[in-house]
Design a protein around this ligand. Structure first.
Ligand SMILES: [Zn+2]
Length: 236
């Protein structure tokens, strides 16, 4: 009996020792122990940092990314279907022009958006393609009513030129803000002072920079490079 007790005691001691050893080994390999696992820790904490970084800074990069990739708003309903006569960059002469009679000559600095047959006598709303203040609102030769708006595109300053508008329909004044998609006014009446004798349509130009130019035709390709094709942003 005494011998058996000693054996049991030995076994219990061995088990206790084995358990203690195993526990020691576990805590030794535990990732919570900093020094030994230092090499594997930085990537984990770095990932977490990046994650939390993105979380906290999401408003800024997200907003700028949204701004730079966001296409401009269309200036009219069904804009893409309306570009049937004078696209951006087309070289116009009185002889070759798709619009007759023609008094202009040069590279078209904007895009012309035509009206649909049912819109001949209807009010056709024109919407701001971007958000920004009104830099100019006047009656000008070649346009009739024209409005110029200061905007940003891909974080660069641009001006948007809306030609052939009915000035009296524009309630906002110079230096007031227009939000993208906001109604500016309506198209001018065909062959009237509101369009300076042109057909009823919208001429939309996008000029690089913040200086104002409302020229509808450029004399050379080099001059045309100061303008951006509106359809590369709003006709798809
Ligand atoms: Zn035009």
């Amino acid at each position: 009996m005494k011998k058996g007790f000693v054996i049991i005691l030995f076994c219990l001691t061995t088990l206790a020792a084995a358990f203690y050893f195993a526990k020691y080994q576990f805590s030794k390999n535990n990732p919570a122990v900093p020094q030994e696992n230092a090499p594997s820790l930085p990537p984990v904490s770095q990932d977490l940092q990046n994650f939390s970084g993105n979380q906290t800074e999401s408003s800024n990069p997200g907003a700028s990314e949204k701004q730079s990739v966001r296409p401009l708003q269309p200036p009219l309903d069904r804009s893409a279907e309306r570009v049937t006569k004078k696209p951006f960059g087309i070289f116009i002469t009185p002889q070759n022009s798709p619009v007759q009679p023609e008094k202009f000559r040069g590279y078209h600095t904007g895009t012309d958006f035509e009206i649909f047959p049912e819109e001949v006598d209807a009010d056709v709303n024109v919407y701001a393609i971007c958000s920004g203040t009104i830099a100019l609102k006047e009656s000008a030769s070649g346009y009739g009513g024209v409005l110029v708006q200061n905007c940003q595109l891909d974080n660069q300053p641009i001006t948007a030129i809306y030609g052939h508008l009915k000035l009296a329909s524009i309630s906002k004044k110079t230096s007031e803000n227009l939000n993208a998609g906001e109604t500016i006014g309506i198209l001018g009446k065909a062959y009237s002072l509101e369009t300076d004798g042109e057909r009823k349509h919208l001429h939309l130009g996008i000029h690089r920079g913040s200086s104002i130019s409302i020229r509808g035709y450029a004399g050379s390709q080099a001059q045309l490079s100061g303008w951006i094709d509106p359809c590369s942003h709003i006709c798809n």
